[in-house]
Design a protein. Structure first.
Length: 350
C-alpha cells in the first residue's frame, strides 16, 4: 500500500464524529507545517552549529547527526560507562557539562529562531489552525503537544478560545473580610493548578512560557510593555530556564516528567483518555516509548473496561513514515489506523 492509498484526515473525522470522544496528539510536524525553516531539527542544529562553542560543534560533527535526542542519549551512555570504568571524576563532570550545555543550547535555539510575537502569524493561518484545534476542544476532547514553541498558545489566545484551558490562574494575594470599594486586591502571577480539573491543553514535554520555581509552576504572559517572548528572554538571561524535557531516551524523559508536578499531571491525563486519539506530526520514534506506554495505559489492554481508549489514528507523511509505523504499531495495544497526513491543512492556504 502506498501513501495515496490511505484514508484521508477528513475520512477519519467523518468516521468518528458523534461516535466517540476524539483527542489530538501532535509533535514537531505541527510546527514544521507552519514553517520548516524555523522549526525543523535541521534549522535548530544549524543555529547551534553557528554558536561559538567548539565542544558543541565537535559533538554534531563526530556523531554526524542532526538528532538532538540521539546526541544526548550518546552522552548519557558515555557518562554511565565512564562512571563505571574510569576513575577520572573530571571526565564524568565534563560529559555532564557537555550534556547540560547542549540542552541549554537547544532552548536558546528555539527562543532565538522563534517568530517575534503572536501577530507574526498571518491572520488566515491563525484562524485555520484555530478551526482545526476547536474541532477537538469544542467536542470535549483534549489537545496534547510535545512541542516547546508558542504556536499552540498563540493561536488559542489570539482567537479567544473558550474551550482551551491550560490549568493556570491567579490567586488573591490580599484578602479582607470586609471588602471596601477602595481596597486594592493584588493577584499572583499565573500559577498552575487552580483550573487543572477543567484543563484541556497539555504540554507533555513543557514549553517556552512555563517555569518551575521550585514551589509553583508559573506561566509568563504578555503585559502592556512586553511581548511574551521578551519576558521569556529576560528570565533566561537571569539563568532561569523553561520547563523542557530534553532527555535523550524515553526512560530519562519519563524520569524528568515524573519529577515535575505539571508534567506528571499531563502525562497521567494522556494515560487515562477515552475514545479515540488522532496524531499528527508525531513519529513514534525510538525516544517515544513513554508516549506509547501512556497510550497503552489508556487502552487497558486485556481488560474488559467500557470507558477506555479504543483506537489511535496515526498521520503519516511519506511511504517511509508508513513503513516505520507498520513496523512498530504492534507495540500499541489498541486498534491502529494510518491516514494520509498530507490531507491535513492545519495552517490553511498561503
Amino acid at each position: 500500500m502506498k501513501l495515496e492509498d490511505l484514508i484521508s484526515y477528513q475520512d477519519v473525522q467523518t468516521h468518528l464524529n458523534g461516535k466517540r470522544t476524539k483527542h489530538l496528539l501532535f509533535g514537531n510536524g505541527f510546527s514544521i507545517a507552519y514553517n520548516s525553516d524555523i522549526f525543523s531539527y535541521t534549522a535548530l542544529s544549524k543555529f547551534i552549529e553557528n554558536i561559538e562553542d567548539d565542544l558543541i560543534k565537535k559533538l554534531f560533527s563526530s556523531l554526524n547527526t542532526k538528532n538532538f535526542e540521539l546526541i544526548m542519549q550518546q552522552l548519557d551512555n558515555f557518562c554511565l560507562i565512564a562512571s563505571i570504568f574510569s576513575s577520572d571524576k573530571d571526565l564524568v563532570t565534563r560529559i555532564n557539562n557537555a550534556s547540560e550545555k547542549l540542552k541549554t543550547s537547544l532552548i536558546d535555539a528555539v527562543k532565538e529562531l522563534h517568530p517575534e510575537h503572536v501577530f507574526t502569524i498571518p491572520e488566515g493561518k491563525s484562524r485555520s489552525c484555530y478551526s482545526f484545534l476547536e474541532s477537538y476542544l469544542s467536542s470535549n476532547g483534549y489537545v496534547f503537544s510535545t512541542n516547546y514553541d508558542l504556536l499552540l498558545y498563540w493561536v488559542l489566545i489570539r482567537n479567544k478560545s473558550v474551550h482551551a484551558i491550560d490549568g493556570f490562574g491567579r490567586d488573591s494575594e490580599r484578602y479582607t473580610e470586609e471588602f471596601r470599594s477602595n481596597d486594592i486586591v493584588e493577584y499572583s502571577e499565573l500559577r498552575w493548578g487552580k483550573y487543572k480539573r477543567e484543563q484541556t491543553i497539555f504540554y507533555l514535554h513543557g514549553t517556552l512560557p512555563l517555569f518551575d520555581t521550585g514551589v509553583d509552576i508559573i506561566k509568563e504572559e504578555y503585559d502592556s510593555n512586553h511581548y511574551l517572548l521578551d519576558k521569556v528572554k529576560q528570565r533566561m538571561e537571569r539563568k532561569e530556564y523553561p520547563i523542557f524535557v530534553t532527555a535523550g531516551d524515553s526512560r530519562e524523559k519519563l524520569t524528568h516528567i515524573m519529577h515535575n508536578k505539571y508534567l506528571s499531571f499531563c502525562y497521567d491525563k494522556l494515560s487515562s483518555i477515552e475514545g479515540s486519539l488522532i496524531t499528527f506530526g508525531f513519529n513514534f520514534g525510538d525516544y517515544d516509548a513513554h508516549i506509547i506506554d501512556a497510550i497503552n495505559n489508556a487502552a487497558h489492554f486485556g481488560k474488559k473496561v467500557p470507558n477506555r481508549l479504543w483506537s489511535v489514528y496515526i498521520g503519516v507523511y511519506s511511504d517511509a513514515d508508513m513503513e516505520h509505523i507498520n513496523r512498530i504499531k504492534q507495540k500499541i495495544k489498541c486498534k491502529v489506523t494510518l491516514y494520509n497526513a498530507k490531507t491535513v491543512n492545519i495552517w490553511g492556504d498561503d
